[in-house]
Design a binder for this molecule. Structure first.
Ligand code: ARG
Length: 577
């Protein structure tokens, strides 16, 4: 919180738009926070940095902010180092405890809408471990954004259009007899009533693909089925609608099992179909798109982005065209402040093309649209492949994680009540945290031992630290609730409070580039400091009442920050573990 306060004061002292940093320092001899503002002003206005720093220091010491500081020092070529006073640290902690569940919330996003698109399942294709990152990162971003006052609209953007539907419809028709035995049909016009299970759709898709591998002509036939669907063929339309239901049910099931926030929108790609002809027309009229050998393309070669295809030679619309329509729709419907796509790195080129074409067409909202890319996660068991049918499903990974969590709990705390329930929370937390604690841009190899370690940088470690703090607080029940000012703090205590008070700044940093790992790793550091603290500082055994009360408050503040931080990552914090 102090960084934000200091920054605000400094902004008043510099010309509008000056870009400078205020950062928490690594070493106590540089104070708690340091700024380069005087050096920036030197570059900008040619002022002597040391003199500027002196001036700024003088002004600040005459401001209310001075009350929060023990001192300001000028160091090196003109850095200003800030030392937060003890009273201010304790006052900060008091504020944390007053805010309770609202700790870390800030109203910076009020009045702004952000679309977060993630967990985009494709109809008929199984959900697999590759979808985990999108779901977990998107869900965490949404949770964090909400606490900063943004109105978030999440959308799954279901893949419900494209040539794979030709394959699925062909498979349906091939299996019609046996399927309709399972699925009551009221008339020959395919009024199919029973919901398909996702397993059935997966099987149809995999089997049909195997047939196509052996008999390539079937691929052409499947394309024709899709073309019929695009042209409004009523029989194919009914089959297609039936196919979609299975995926919609699957999404809801996974939301429940993985404890994801509900989606405001579950719009399929097909819902933008009506807008597409107009976009193509506009692109042709403006001379942005051209007809090339029967296809309609936008030449982006001069931007190093190849050719973007809007309409294929067979007349079918493309994934890219649907994305163009999507931006247009979203901007018009929601007038978003930002429009985020949480999609893996392989689609980087695709999104660059989409944004470039949209820009050329003069669409609004392109500058506010962002591809939140992430790298691959592979399991020790191997990666994924849907076509061949060897998929590691999302459920299989979570089953395994829950099983391992339960084993550990059986070993460590066999007496624990609700072991199965806690193991579920720990297993899920382990998966989510492993994902979120890594920089989303890196490829990661999932490691069970790391993810489930109770001692390392892991979800279970943070949950366990929280549960331990809660157990101390239970022993002290009734003794918390007021703050003592006249207590001496040692360095360990000061560092721990300062770390708690950084929480809002960390949230700000995490949102800067949409990097949940910044929050995850902060929580890990906080947990380490907390563990050091209570190994060296007695609480229940402390005789000095002031000290004891102070430490109870501190533990309360840490516990609050840990559980709030975990909740922003979509991870629960059990009271006992
Ligand atoms: N369903 C797509 C796929 O599996 C991902 C959708 C990404 N979102 C988007 N607006 N293009 O590749």
């Amino acid at each position: 919180m102090f960084r934000q306060i200091i920054k605000k004061e400094l902004e008043k002292l510099a010309p509008a738009g000056t870009v400078f940093s205020v950062s928490a320092t690594e070493k106590p001899e540089y104070g708690d926070y340091s700024t380069n503002i005087a050096l920036i002003l030197e570059k900008k206005e040619g002022r002597n940095p040391k003199e500027t720093a002196e001036e700024i220091k003088k002004k600040l010491l005459g401001n209310p902010i001075a009350k929060r500081l023990e001192k300001i020092e000028i160091a090196g070529p003109g850095f200003l180092n800030f030392y937060i006073s003890k009273e201010s640290l304790i006052g900060g902690l008091r504020e944390v405890l007053k805010k309770q569940k609202k700790w870390g919330d800030r109203p910076v996003g009020i009045g702004k809408k952000i679309i977060v698109e993630y967990f985009q399942l494709n109809v008929g294709k199984p959900s697999h471990v590759g979808h985990l990152r999108s779901a977990v990162i998107g869900d965490a971003l949404k949770r964090i954004l909400k606490t900063q006052g943004y109105k978030t609209i999440s959308d799954t953007h279901i893949g419900d259009w494209g040539t794979q539907f030709g394959i699925l419809i062909q498979a349906f028709k091939r299996n019609e007899i046996s399927l309709t035995k399972q699925l009551p049909r009221t008339s020959k016009s395919y009024a199919i009533t029973a919901d398909p299970t996702i397993k059935l759709l997966e099987r149809l898709y995999v089997e049909e693909n195997e047939r196509i591998e052996k008999e390539p002509i079937l691929r052409e036939k499947a394309k024709e089925e899709f073309a019929k669907l695009e042209n409004g063929d009523s029989e194919n339309r009914v089959i297609w609608e039936w196919l979609k239901v299975g995926t919609e049910n699957e999404i809801q099931r996974i939301i429940n099992r993985f404890d994801l926030l509900q989606f405001e929108e579950e719009r399929g790609e097909s819902e933008y179909n009506d807008m597409m002809p107009l976009i193509v027309k506009e692109a042709l009229e403006k001379g942005i798109a051209i007809n090339k050998d029967g296809a309609i393309i936008v030449d982006l070669i001069s931007y190093n982005l190849d050719e973007a295809i809007l309409i294929k030679t067979d007349g079918a619309s493309t994934y890219l065209l649907r994305d163009l329509a999507t931006i247009k729709y979203r901007k018009k419907e929601w007038d978003f402040y930002k429009n985020l796509y949480v999609v893996d790195v392989r689609q980087e080129h695709h999104f660059k093309q989409v944004f470039k074409v949209a820009e050329l067409l003069g669409f609004e909202g392109v500058g506010e649209s962002d591809h939140i890319s992430y790298g691959f996660m592979s399991l020790p068991e191997g990666t994924i492949s849907t076509r061949k049918g060897t998929v590691i499903s999302l459920d299989a990974v979570l089953d395994e994680s829950e099983k391992r969590a339960l084993q550990i709990i059986e070993e460590k705390n066999p007496e624990l009540e609700n072991k199965e329930e806690i193991a579920k929370q720990v297993g899920l937390g382990a998966l989510k945290y492993f994902d979120l604690s890594h920089n989303r841009h890196s490829d990661i190899v999932f490691k069970w031992d790391e993810a489930l370690s109770f001692a390392g940088n892991s979800g279970p470690y943070l949950q366990y630290t929280y549960a331990r703090l809660k157990s101390i607080l239970r022993k002290l029940e009734g003794k918390s609730g007021f703050m003592v000012e006249d207590v001496e703090l040692d360095q360990v205590e000061k560092n721990l409070i300062a770390s708690v008070l950084c929480f809002p700044e960390v949230i700000e940093d995490a949102l800067n580039d949409f990097m949940p790992n910044i929050l995850a790793n902060y929580l890990n550091q906080l947990a380490q400091l907390a563990n050091n603290f209570y190994h060296s500082h007695p609480v229940t055994q402390e005789n000095n009442v002031s000290k004891k009360m102070f430490r109870v408050n501190l533990i309360n503040g840490v516990a609050l920050t840990l559980s709030k931080g975990l909740s922003l990552l979509g991870i629960s914090s059990p009271e006992k573990m």
